[in-house]
Design a protein around this ligand. Structure first.
Ligand code: GDP
Length: 443
């Protein structure tokens, strides 16, 4: 889960603060010491940490002004604000060209996830109504053209290539002309990578930039490489004037240092984050929501957006009504499970729910999506009446359901209990959704 180590440490620190009615200077000093250690431990650039702590200390001095928050809440709010501004403050979007097509050039080292991200971005932007054309400009690795074609095929997005004997700037120019002719309003160029930054690569990328004048030059970096990712970003930016960074593999066991340092070190905003290998695992990067996640306030807004992107709206409306009226049944439960499965790995989703991200054991929790198969089997073995009246399912019915679904009575019991808890949790989520919309900054 994103930043799990850092999040855990910061949340422990703040828990200690929360227990105190008044904060002495010593308390604040101690907390800041712990914050510093947590950030360094998360591989955040040393100078960035130093600056960060100094800013918080400065703001924490005149603290008892805001009447509505306790001193501890104020320190947390300051850390939240500063984390947000460290990561860029506000969300940075793709700059669309005044007259289409918008040209986005993807650059990065081998293995960072450039080709995958190229396809993910096409998918992401298509959901916003764009008509993308992908362009294969990595002519050195024969498999690269094929890889892009396969990904484009999966998405049903056209892929332009001219084989491996035309110079990349010429391929890029021809692609932009084709897009203009054929009404593609977004051109995403996949370029060559290298194991390390070298002069030849930089010259070639520079030539593409000169030829097509891209609206965006996005650097794809692997967040698992920590400070290396930040150094790579610095060098690329010096040569190519990047417009943004995409951090990939944030779903992995990354300590988070790259995400927290890139903007401060390079001045380039993070525009997107890769949260998995699948083609829908690209998220807009919202600094404030990431700060929410790090501080264990969950990220209800991303969760709600994910739900909106994946859920069938009509079903959501129906489901909402049923939850509100507490008519939510096991039939709805199965339907909802199927929808949730589409949203991505369960542990990622849980991490976005306020409070749950900070549950210590969550990062070790391996939620096996296959378990859901048994859940469905159990529910399918119930009669329609039972599904509508789960509280009435007695012992003999439970035995019959277990037999029918190839499970045990204990498993049936567990499911019914989970269902009850889910009903409760859904009611709480509805409340939180309401207050998230009202003003989520209330800490
Ligand atoms: P390229 O050499 O930069 O073009 O890298 P690729 O696009 O071929 O990706 C390298 C590997 O990283 C592939 O196995 C991808 O599936 C994987 N990958 C890319 N983005 C992500 C991500 O956000 N999360 C995870 N877990 N894997 C990713």
């Amino acid at each position: 889960m994103v930043f799990s180590g850092l999040a855990e440490k910061l949340q422990e620190t703040f828990k200690k603060l929360r227990g105190k009615g008044r904060l002495t200077e010593e308390d604040v000093d101690q907390a800041l010491k712990e914050v510093r250690r947590a950030l360094i431990g998360a591989d955040v650039n040393f100078l960035v940490v130093k600056d960060f702590i100094a800013r918080i200390r400065e703001r924490a001095v005149g603290i008892d002004v805001l009447q509505s928050l306790t001193p501890a809440q104020q320190v947390i709010k300051i850390v939240h604000d500063e984390l947000t501004s460290l990561m860029g403050g506000t969300r940075s979007k793709i700059e669309l060209a005044p007259s289409p097509p918008t040209v986005v050039m993807m650059v990065g080292l081998h293995g960072a996830g450039k080709t995958t991200t190229t396809a993910k971005l096409a998918n992401h932007m298509r959901r916003q109504g764009r008509r993308p054309l992908l362009v294969a400009c990595d002519i050195y690795r024969p498999a690269a053209i094929k890889q892009l074609q396969v990904l484009g095929g999966q998405l049903d997005v056209p892929v332009f290539n001219m084989g491996d004997s035309v110079a990349p700037p010429d391929i890029a120019r021809a692609a932009v002309e084709k897009a203009r002719r054929e009404g593609n309003d977004l051109v995403i160029i996949d370029t060559a990578g290298r194991l390390h930054i070298d002069e030849e690569l930089m010259t070639e990328l520079h030539n593409i930039v000169e030829t097509v004048g891209p609206n965006e030059i996005l650097l794809v970096v692997d967040s698992m490489t920590g400070q290396d990712a930040v150094n790579v970003a610095k060098t690329f930016n010096e040569r190519l004037s990047l417009t943004g960074v995409v951090l990939t593999k944030l779903d992995g066991d990354t300590r988070g240092g790259a995400a927290l340092s890139v903007k401060a070190v390079t001045g380039c905003p993070i525009k997107f984050v890769g949260m998995g290998e699948k083609l829908d695992a690209l998220e807009d990067f919202h600094p404030d929501r990431m700060a929410d996640r790090i501080l264990g306030m969950g990220d209800m807004l991303t969760l709600i957006e994910k739900a909106q992107a994946n859920f069938d709206q009509e079903q959501v409306e129906k489901l909402n009504k049923r939850i509100r009226s507490m008519e939510f049944t096991l039939d709805d439960f199965v339907q909802q499970l199927n929808q949730v499965k589409k949203m991505g790995p369960i542990d990622q989703i849980l991490g976005m729910i306020p409070g749950l991200g900070g549950v210590k054991k969550l990062k070790d929790l391996e939620v096996d999506d296959k378990d859901l198969v048994f859940v469905e089997a159990i529910i399918n073995s119930m009669t329609p009446w039972e599904r509508q009246h789960p509280q009435e399912i007695n012992g003999s019915r439970r035995r019959r359901i277990a037999r029918g679904s190839g499970t045990s009575v204990q498993e049936v019991n567990r499911l019914l209990k989970q269902f009850e808890q889910t009903r409760k949790m859904m009611r709480q989520l509805m409340e939180m959704e309401k207050s998230a919309k009202k003003g989520k900054k209330g800490l």
